[in-house]
Design a protein around this ligand. Sequence first.
Ligand SMILES: Cc1cc2nc3c(=O)[nH]c(=O)nc-3n(C[C@H](O)[C@H](O)[C@H](O)COP(=O)(O)OP(=O)(O)OC[C@H]3O[C@@H](n4cnc5c(N)ncnc54)[C@H](O)[C@@H]3O)c2cc1C
Length: 387
Amino acid sequence: MKYDCIVVGAGPAGAMAAKYASQNGARTLLIEEHASIGSPVQCTGLISTKALFECEVAEGNFVLSKIRGAFVYSPCGEEVCVRGNDIKAYVIDRKIFDRVLVENAIDKGVDVLVKTRFTGMNAGKISVVSNGEKKEIEGNVIIGADGIQSTVGRAAALPRCEKFLSGIQFEAPYIPKDPEYVEIFTGNEIAPGFFGWAVPFCGMARIGLAKNPGLPARHYLEKLLNHPIVSSRYGGGRTEHVVGGIPLGPPRKTTTDRVMLVGDAAGQVKPTSGGGIYMGAVCAKIAGEVAARASHVECGLSEYEKRWRSAVGRELDIGMLIHKSIGKLSDENLNEFVAFLNKPEIRELMTEYGDMDHPSVFIQKLIMSKNKMQLIKLFGIAFKTLF
Ligand SMILES: Cc1cc2nc3c(=O)[nH]c(=O)nc-3n(C[C@H](O)[C@H](O)[C@H](O)COP(=O)(O)OP(=O)(O)OC[C@H]3O[C@@H](n4cnc5c(N)ncnc54)[C@H](O)[C@@H]3O)c2cc1C
């Protein structure tokens, strides 16, 4: 077997990278270690309308519900409604979604091998265990779309992401305040450094949290379930358990002369929300194009590094600063912050400029608004790093 491009990992980033490599003229193979694409799921499945557009799929049977906005709760229970004028996001079934993306790649000529695990590489070849059998496959360019643990990244001696959050989630019956709004719970007792959530769909919700490294996520999940708002809406029982990590802060290098990393493997994840599908798709398309051009000796892989950083690097940097700043706030500061967001003029700004994929737009508007000084006071030393 000989390919111009081998993509390791058939998640959203791998499927998009393979599709773009193939449609740009590279003979492409996509390998996946699991027998079934999209399984096991490690995701809440909340994706913006823009992410769907970026993945080049129309609304399909993977859409479980539509989301207009969010209710954000401060540690003391104050609610701020982040209202969208129209549908902003979808709750999706990741198993079906991932399969649709892989089918689209197959339609563009990509070969797919499941139950095939990448184990290493040497000059011009990768080693795999395919259906229990050790094999070698020839490939010029290797795209590591193999998620947070990235065996490809390790084999290529590429550096790791800056930080890893731990996440936990399950599904259960839930009566949300409004089925078109996700619920976000803040506070160091519930999710230190990040937040908890209830994402509604079809009379159920995906209830979970992500947090800084430290005590096990399970410990905080029980606290989230005892939160007065969550416990009044949670219908009991737990199914579809998810435990997973979220990489934040891309490594300083994501390419070698033969390897490119994309998606979670490259830390292309929004540090403000932990969402990785949108950024992963944007960067995977660039990786696929560069792989095809490199296989025709039209460019080197460093072009990918330049292009993806110019597309989303600034957004990721600003997101990381926001993540670090908010992560430093005490519960008292978080209460003040939510009260600040609840001011009518700030809510108007959020409705107009809030963008879950590009929070820097809202932050820039805030900085330019007359509320700048209050914001600086609120965030103190932590937030000053943004200016
Ligand atoms: C609790 C939780 C909730 C989340 N919620 C959201 C959300 O609501 N919205 C959002 O946008 N993002 C969310 N994310 C993040 C999102 O799941 C990831 O960013 C996204 O799945 C990354 O896509 P990917 O293709 O880079 O990697 P993955 O989806 O992780 O795919 C990697 C693939 O590579 C395969 N693989 C790994 N190693 C090998 C190997 N050696 N050989 C062959 N195959 C291999 C894996 O089996 C897997 O199929 C969440 C994450 C967590 C943990």
